[in-house]
Design a protein around this ligand. Structure first.
Ligand code: M6R
Length: 366
C-alpha cells in the first residue's frame, strides 16, 4: 500500500507532480486564456460585490492560506484576511455583505474549521470550501466546494494536500482577477502557462533529494534551526519550520527575515542551521543582506533559490537550487525540499515518521 516507499510521507511527497497535474486538469482552457471552475456558479453581481475575503484554516492549511492572501490581493485587489480557525471562532470578525469566507481543510473534518464554517453561515456569509475529501463535513456544509485532487493523504504531515491547495488558490485568484477585470489577459496567460508547467518542475525538484538527505543527516542533532524569508518566502519558512518540528522534533523557528534584528539575532550563534529562502525577485537584495547578518554570527546558511542564481553562492555555505518558475508560484516548488528535509531528519533520528508523537491526522477535538 506504500507502493514500495518506506513511509507514506515519502510516497506522498513523490506523488506531488501527479497530484498537481490532477488538480489542474480541466481547469485551464487549452489556449491558456482562462480558468474554468464549473463548480462555482457565481453571478457577475456576486463576483463584483465581493469586497472582502476571510480565509480560515488550521496548521498547514493555514499556511496555504497565507500564500493565498498574497496572490489574491495581488491579482484581485480584494483585501484578504487569513485566520487560524480556533482564533477566528472567538472573535467578532469585521464582515460586510460582500465578504466571502474560504475554509481550507485537507480532511474536511477539522473541528475548529468546521465550526468556523458553521458560524460564518449562521451570520449569512457565503462559504467556499477547499478540501481534499469529497463528501467530508466541510464539503457537505459549504455553499461551494473546490476539490484538491491530491488523493488520500495518510501521513500525519501534510505534503501533497498543501501543494494542491496552493494550486487551487492560484486558479481561484486568476479566475476572480479575470472576472473582476483586475488582471490583464496577458498576465493571466503567463501565470496559467507557468501553472501548467508546475508538474514538470515538481518532478525536477525531487532530484534534490540526495542533497537534502545529506543536510538532514548533518543536522539531525541540531537543537535549534531557523527558517527565514520575506513575502511569500516567509509563508514558506513557516511551513518548512512546522514540518521539521512536527516529525523530527528539532526546534525550528520561522522568521520574517527583516525581523531578525528585533530580537532573534541573539539566538543565532556559531553553526546554527539557517535555511534562507530567496525566490522573490523584488525582495532578493533585502533578503541577501539579512543572510549576511546571520553569516556574520557564524550561522551555517543553506540558501534556497532558483537555478541560475550565481550571486547566492558567495553569501551562503550551501545553495539548494530549485527549478525556475514565476516568483509568485515558487512555494509549490520550494516546499518540496523542505518536506524532504523534515522527512530525512525524522528518519535519521529514528522517529515514527508517519505517526509523530501526540498528533492525529484529523483533529476533531478543540
Ligand atoms: O485536515 P486539515 O487541513 O483541516 O488539517 C489542518 C491541520 O491539522 C494540518 O494541516 C496539520 O497542521 C498538519 N499535520 C501539518 O503537517
Amino acid at each position: 500500500e506504500r507502493g514500495g516507499y518506506p513511509h507514506f510521507m515519502l510516497k506522498e511527497i513523490y506523488e506531488q507532480p501527479r497530484a498537481i497535474r490532477d488538480t489542474l486538469t480541466g481547469r485551464i482552457a487549452d489556449d491558456l486564456s482562462r480558468v474554468t471552475l464549473p463548480e462555482l456558479s457565481w453571478s457577475d453581481d456576486f463576483v463584483q460585490s465581493m469586497d472582502r475575503v476571510h480565509i480560515v484554516a488550521c496548521g498547514t492549511s493555514w499556511h496555504a492560506g497565507l500564500v493565498g492572501k498574497a496572490v489574491m490581493e495581488k491579482l484581485t485587489r480584494i483585501p484578504v484576511d487569513v485566520e487560524i480557525a480556533s482564533e477566528y471562532r472567538y472573535r467578532d470578525p469585521i464582515e460586510t455583505a460582500g465578504t466571502l469566507v474560504i475554509v481550507i481543510s485537507q480532511s474536511g473534518e477539522t473541528l475548529d474549521t468546521l465550526a468556523a464554517l458553521r458560524d460564518a453561515k449562521a451570520r449569512g456569509r457565503h462559504v467556499l470550501a477547499i478540501t481534499n475529501v469529497v463528501g467530508s463535513s466541510v464539503a457537505r456544509e459549504a455553499d461551494d466546494v473546490i476539490i484538491t485532487w491530491a488523493g488520500p493523504e495518510i501521513a500525519v504531515a501534510s505534503t501533497k494536500a498543501y501543494t494542491t491547495q496552493l494550486v487551487v488558490l492560484y486558479l481561484l485568484a486568476v479566475y476572480l482577477g479575470q472576472r473582476r477585470g483586475t488582471l490583464e489577459d496577458g498576465t493571466a496567460k503567463q501565470i496559467l502557462a507557468a501553472l501548467a508547467e508546475l508538474p514538470m518542475a515538481a518532478e525536477q525538484v525531487l532530484d534534490t533529494a540526495p542533497q537534502v538527505e545529506r543536510f538532514a543527516r548533518e543536522w539531525a542533532d541540531a537543537r535549534d534551526t531557523f527558517f527565514i524569508g520575506r513575502g511569500i518566502d516567509y509563508a514558506m519558512a513557516l511551513e518548512g519550520a512546522l514540518k521539521l518540528k512536527e516529525i523530527s522534533y528539532i526546534h525550528a523557528e520561522a522568521y520574517a527575515a527583516g525581523e531578525l534584528k528585533h530580537g532573534t539575532l541573539a539566538l543565532i550563534t556559531e553553526g546554527v542551521p539557517v535555511i534562507a529562502l530567496a525566490t522573490q525577485t523584488d525582495l532578493y537584495e533585502k533578503t541577501l543582506s539579512n543572510i549576511k547578518e546571520v553569516k556574520a554570527r557564524d550561522a551555517f546558511v543553506l540558501g534556497v533559490t532558483f537555478a541560475g542564481d550565481e550571486e547566492m553562492r558567495h553569501s551562503v555555505d550551501e545553495v539548494l537550487y530549485v527549478p525556475r518558475t514565476l516568483p509568485v508560484l515558487a512555494p509549490v516548488i520550494t516546499v518540496i525540499p523542505l518536506q524532504l528535509l523534515a522527512y530525512y531528519a525524522a528518519v535519521a533520528r529514528g522517529n515514527d515518521v508517519d505517526k509523530p508523537r501526540n498528533l492525529a491526522k484529523s483533529v476533531t477535538v478543540e
